[in-house]
Design a protein around this ligand. Structure first.
Ligand SMILES: [Fe+2]
Ligand SMILES: [Fe+2]
Length: 306
């Protein structure tokens, strides 16, 4: 598939539109939760952030779609706006359903331009990579019930579709504007990742600092997640998600490349001497972190067409 051609545009727009799933958040198979599961879910501090960020994404992407001339790209971006808005409603529904204490946050609307959409898109590439790892780790370590994680798996697949659509759109537009050099695009993509990260770090998203985990047992489990375990898990989950989408499409490269490089670097470090004999508090059936860490490592790299 040659990037920047009408066939490329058709493929990335149609793939995105055709993999859209119609549902209402209230109709999803939310499990009944009680006891430690409910306490853990409520202890995660990210709910109010996640809801506000999704709501803002919905407004921004929907508004950006209206500025696009190409009707096919416009309808795909408008659909992404609908999905982001639905993510906001989904978060709001989860907060209400499980009685999570998450007072609304006011987040200013993001500016709307192709440049801002690019910063948003590369930021989503980072957030999705981290989200893939977090959800997969929560499942691996049995931090939350599978039935609940299944619901969030659906959200993560939508994010996977968003970032694959985005990266193809961006490369399509860059190539058509005569900026088709792969090296130049890679350097520019790194710059966008940096700008997106700086926006988050410097509070450009109007977010106050995230509070600590309000659950000592959960905090102990999370504290035992090593960088290598997280990276292995995120890379494996990223490969699984990307494999669900047409192999002819470009796939995000920067985060998997950074993750792989970090993992290789960590593996080259001398092994750490065990510093503690404590065993993380685990629920029934959960595996100790060390045994998870000792699993055969996922292979690095990512098969894709980028
Ligand atoms: Fe979203
Ligand atoms: Fe998204």
């Amino acid at each position: 598939m040659q990037v920047g051609t009408p066939q490329h545009r058709e493929l990335f727009c149609r793939t995105f539109i055709e993999t859209h799933v119609a549902f209402e958040p209230e109709e999803l198979p939310w499990p009944h939760l009680e006891g430690v599961d409910l306490e853990r879910l409520r202890a995660f501090p990210f709910w109010r952030y996640a809801r506000s960020i999704e709501q803002r994404a919905g407004r921004m992407v929907t508004a950006f779609a209206k500025t696009i001339d190409d009707p096919l790209i416009r309808s795909a971006v408008a659909l992404q706006g609908e999905e982001e808005t639905r993510h906001g409603r989904l978060m709001a529904h989860a907060i209400e359903r499980y009685g999570i204490d998450a007072p609304p946050l006011t987040i200013a609307d993001a500016p709307i331009s192709p440049e801002e959409f690019a910063i948003f898109g590369f930021g989503e590439c980072t957030d999705s990579f981290v989200g893939f790892g977090a959800i997969a780790l929560a499942r691996k370590m049995k931090i939350l019930p599978d039935a609940l994680l299944d619901v969030f798996d659906g959200v993560m697949f939508e994010e996977a579709r968003h970032i694959v659509f985005f990266i193809n759109w961006w490369r399509y537009e860059e190539t058509r504007a005569g900026r088709g050099s792969i090296l130049a695009q890679a350097i520019k993509a790194l710059g966008y990742h940096f700008r997106a990260a700086m926006g988050t770090i410097t509070g450009a998203t109007d977010l106050p600092p995230m509070p600590a985990l309000d659950d000592p047992e959960l905090a102990a489990i999370v504290a035992d997640v090593t960088p290598a375990l997280f990276l292995e898990t995120a890379l494996a989950e990223n490969r699984r998600m990307m494999a669900k989408l047409d192999a002819r499409l470009l796939k995000p490269q920067v985060m998997p490349a950074i993750g792989t490089a970090l993992l290789i670097g960590i593996r080259m470090l001398p092994p750490r001497v065990a510093t503690s004999e404590k065993t993380p508090a685990l629920t029934d059936g959960a595996q100790p972190v060390e045994s998870l860490h000792a699993r055969p490592a996922a292979t690095s790299g990512q098969a894709d067409a980028a």
